[in-house]
Write a protein that binds this ligand. Structure first.
Ligand SMILES: Nc1nc2c(ncn2[C@@H]2O[C@H](COP(=O)(O)OP(=O)(O)OP(=O)(O)O)[C@@H](O)[C@H]2O)c(=O)[nH]1
Length: 331
C-alpha cells in the first residue's frame, strides 16, 4: 500500500502532535509553488503546463479536498514539477477564476458541472447539415455564454452540405458574430476571431469540432469520428476537454466533448429575455410583470410577430426555454 503522505505533502511536514499544540488552520504559504495551467483532466490526473512550456502531471493536494479542478484553471504546483517521466506534482492552490462555464444535464438538474474556467469566448460549433442544426441548442449555448460573461461566436460547419443562409437568417439580427468554416480550408476567418483570446469550443457530437481543432492546431491529433447514418450522431470520439495553444502563441482553444444538452438550471428565468437582445427591444411596451411567455396577454413579442419584426422561430425558442426554466423553478 502506498503511504498516505509523503515529504512533499503540504500537510505532512511539521505536523503538530495533538497533545502539545492545538491543530492550526494556517496553511503553508506555498511561496515556492510554481504557477501552471490545467490543460486536461483524466481520472484524477491533471496535465498542467508551466509558463516555460514544461508539461507536468499532477494530482490534487489533500487540503483542496473535494474542490473541483477543471481545464483552464490557473494553479500552483508543489513537489516535483520537473515533468520528468513518472513524476507527479501536486496542485496546492487554485487561483480565483475569471469566468466559469457551467452546465447542468437538464434545466431542473441541481448538479451543475463546471466545464471549463478562465475562457473569454464561447464558440458554438453547429453543422449546417449532418447532423441537422439545432437552433434551440445554439440559443441555449448563447445564453450560457452571456450568463458566464463570455463573448459568443457562432461557427457554422459543413457549408458544402447546406446553404448557411437558412440559419444565418435567424442569427443575423442578433449581435452574435459568426463564421462559416469548411474542412480542409484555411479557416482564416475563425483564426482571426480566436487570435489573442482563450476560447472554448462546444457543439453537439459530430458537428466537426475535432476536424476544426486539428485544422487549427496541427498535431493536436483529436480523433475524428463518423456521423452515424441512422442516428445522425457522432460517436463521441472525444472524451475529455483539452486546452491547446494556437500556433505562434496566438491564443488558446479548449475542445470539449460533444454535448447533447445544455441545461441552464443556474440561469434565472426572469433574466432570460436579457439574453435575447433582438427580442428584448420589442418588450418595452409590455405591462409591468409581463413574463413574455406563451400565455402572456398583450405581450410585445406577439405584436412584433404580427408586425413581422421578428420570426416565430426566435420567439418560440425563447418561450420554450422560458417555459422549461419556469417549470424547473416551480419544482
Ligand atoms: N462534408 C463535410 N464534412 C465534414 C466537415 N467537417 C467535418 N466533417 C465530417 O464530419 C464528421 C464528424 O467530424 P468530427 O470532427 O469527428 O466531429 P466532432 O464534432 O468532433 O464529433 P465528436 O468527436 O463526436 O464530438 C467527420 O466524418 C468529418 O470528416 C465539413 O466541413 N464538410
Amino acid at each position: 500500500m502506498s503511504p498516505r503522505f509523503d515529504a512533499h505533502d503540504p500537510e505532512s511536514y511539521e505536523r503538530p502532535r495533538r497533545r502539545t499544540r492545538p491543530r492550526t488552520k494556517d496553511r503553508p504559504s506555498y511561496d515556492d509553488a510554481v504557477p501552471a495551467r490545467v490543460t486536461t483532466v483524466d481520472r484524477g490526473r491533471y496535465t498542467c503546463l508551466l509558463d516555460d512550456g514544461t508539461v507536468v502531471t499532477a494530482m490534487k493536494a489533500r487540503p483542496l479536498g473535494r474542490k473541483a479542478v477543471v481545464v483552464g484553471d490557473r494553479v500552483r504546483l508543489v513537489a516535483d514539477t520537473t515533468g520528468a517521466e513518472g513524476t507527479l506534482a501536486r496542485i496546492a492552490l487554485v487561483d480565483e477564476r475569471t469566468t466559469v462555464l457551467r452546465r447542468s444535464a437538464d434545466d431542473d438538474d441541481p448538479v451543475e458541472r463546471v466545464i471549463v474556467s478562465n475562457v473569454d469566448q464561447l464558440v458554438v460549433v453547429a453543422a449546417l447539415a449532418d447532423p441537422e442544426p439545432r437552433p434551440r441548442l445554439i440559443d441555449r449555448a448563447i445564453v450560457a455564454a452571456y450568463d458566464a460573461g463570455m463573448d459568443p461566436l457562432l461557427c457554422l460547419t459543413k457549408p458544402d452540405l447546406a446553404d448557411p443562409e437558412t440559419l444565418l437568417e435567424i442569427y443575423r439580427p442578433l449581435d452574435v458574430p459568426w463564421v462559416v468554416t469548411r474542412a480542409g480550408t484555411e479557416l482564416s476567418d475563425l483564426r482571426e476571431r480566436l487570435a489573442g483570446r482563450t476560447s472554448v469550443l462546444i457543439g453537439h457530437s459530430g458537428v466537426g469540432k475535432s476536424t476544426l481543432v486539428n485544422g487549427l492546431v496541427p498535431g493536436a491529433a483529436r480523433s475524428t469520428g463518423h456521423v452515424n447514418a441512422v442516428t445522425g450522431r457522432g460517436r463521441h470520439t472525444s472524451t475529455s476537454a483539452i486546452m491547446l495553444e494556437l500556433p505562434g502563441g496566438d491564443g488558446w482553444i479548449v475542445d470539449t466533448p460533444g454535448i447533447r444538452s445544455f441545461g441552464l438550471a443556474h440561469v434565472d428565468a426572469e433574466r432570460l429575455i436579457d439574453f435575447f437582445p433582438d427580442l428584448e427591444v420589442h418588450t418595452d411596451a409590455c405591462s409591468r410583470g409581463c413574463g413574455h411567455g406563451y400565455d402572456a396577454p398583450e405581450c410585445g413579442l406577439d405584436e412584433a410577430l404580427a408586425a413581422g419584426d421578428t420570426t416565430p422561430g426566435r420567439v418560440d425558442s425563447f418561450r420554450r426555454l422560458l417555459a422549461s426554466r419556469e417549470r424547473a423553478e416551480g419544482d
